[in-house]
Design a protein around this ligand. Sequence first.
Ligand SMILES: [Zn+2]
Length: 274
Amino acid sequence: MKADIRASCLRRAYFRFALTLAPLPVVIWLAARGQPLAAALLFCTVLTTMVIGTLVPRCPLFGRMIKQLPQAENQALLTIDDGPHPEHTPAILDILDRHRIKALFFLVGKNAAQHPQLVREIVARGHEIGNHTQTHPAGTFWILHPARLWREIADCQETLASLCPDQPPRFFRPPAGHHNLFTALIAHALGLRMMLWSARGFDGVLTDVPTITQRIARRLKAGAIVLIHEGTPVAVEVALAVASLLAASGLKCVPPDSLAFSDDEVVVERRAAP
Ligand SMILES: [Zn+2]
């Protein structure tokens, strides 16, 4: 059954790729007809569209994604990427407990396999786990071919589902937010919804905690999906600052298990936050 779904999904992915190549014969035809400017213009338009759709994290050109929660409720969601981490995860879990925040942890499959007890601890303490690929190939994820993409997402799903069979991931987040023509298609075929974010402080790059917190604060509004990371030099300090920021913001931090999908993939609240 899974092999059938994979084969069907990969067929659709390669068909999609073939469609994107469709303008090329026109480019060649225009060039051969002595219209190099028109040929160059068409080629650049196709290329620019591909680059923007791939490298701009929140660009929905290649598939639907969740970028924020419904704004009607005064609510926000905290998401934490790249764990589990042997030092940061326990400290962050304590911080979240103190602030009564439930978060969505986007875990890397190989990290989870190394620290299975931390994955179970995250779930046992009321948080949800999400799929963040098996090996987190951040630099190359955007150029991976469909079969490799399938492996990255499916292997992570298998790893996490085997550790927490009652709560397999429902959401997928691509490394660095980069996704190509095939990513959403494959995530959906594996029963996942792609989730990006609306508020981040670039804590994977910056190390000044006040600057990181201020960047998040500027984008913190009703419906915000906040992104922070484990595994950075300031991971615990950022988690502490952001937990305080959320507590002082007046926003209700929704527990991830209160999120559900409607048919058109809008996220809705299933029950009120405690
Ligand atoms: Zn990541």
